[in-house]
Design a protein around this ligand. Structure first.
Ligand code: ADE
Length: 225
């Protein structure tokens, strides 16, 4: 999979993909990521990329021309399955969307700043709008990093244990059960006997019951889906 990310602060996206599972994905040739500096397409001597909002009000708007030039150049080199704009007024990102996007070949992500991007870029180019939650970040970069991470770890071959993504929270609309590792007793707290029993079916049942219990307590909405 290839992902291009358009940003006015590309440095913000330098490190998130250089470690751990994302690095492994890149090293194995399963995921390549390019961060494109929108400033290169900025207007005039100052490489302007934003301007005052028509109609007034506080906050700048990211201009059409630099974004259109940048997106058009990228589109001339690659066919994107989706052009995704990260924005708090997008559809809330979840595991289902991550699963869906992990099946794509090429994605283009646009990081907004200030009051967002000119609506005409959304009308002309954007095919999907994603929010990572009901709060406002100062830019789309951290949201993009989260979305790429959630997608990247699902690509076949990225995780060592192929089944481990399938047992993540949310994959069955259930939160994950508690996990334990050595020692079997720590500060008087014991690992549940069933996990030490070696009885696979009983362990699976226990984990499922725990998942159900925790989901009922913390996220009953997931069980309505
Ligand atoms: N940009 C600013 N806030 C955001 C959010 N909550 N989700 C996605 N992009 C954003």
């Amino acid at each position: 999979m290839h992902i291009d990310i358009i940003s006015i602060v590309p440095d913000l996206l330098k490190s998130p993909f250089d470690h751990s599972i994302m690095k492994r994905a890149a090293d194995k040739g399963l995921l390549s990521i390019d961060v494109v500096n929108l400033r290169t397409f900025g207007l005039g001597l100052h490489r302007q990329t934003d301007d005052y909002a028509y109609g007034g009000g506080a906050g700048m708007v990211m201009m059409c021309e630099p974004l259109d030039a940048c997106i058009s150049e990228l589109k001339s080199k690659r066919n994107y399955d989706h052009v995704i704009y990260l924005t708090p007024d997008g559809k809330t990102f979840n595991q289902k969307t991550a699963n869906h996007l992990s099946c794509m070949e090429n994605l283009l992500l646009i990081c907004g700043h200030y009051k967002g991007i000119d609506q005409r870029i959304r009308d002309l180019h954007v095919t999907m709008e994603i929010s990572i939650g009901d709060f406002v970040l100062s830019g789309g970069e951290l949201a993009a990093a989260m979305v790429v991470d959630a997608i990247g770890r699902l690509l076949p071959g990225v995780l060592n244990d192929e089944t481990s993504a399938l047992t993540d929270s949310f994959q069955d609309n259930l939160l994950a059960p508690p996990v334990f590792t050595r020692p079997a007793e720590f500060k008087g707290l014991k690992v549940p006997d069933v996990l030490l029993s070696g009885h696979d079916r009983k362990i699976d049942e226990w984990r499922y019951e725990q998942s159900l219990k925790i989901t009922k307590e913390r996220r009953p909405d997931l069980l309505d889906d």
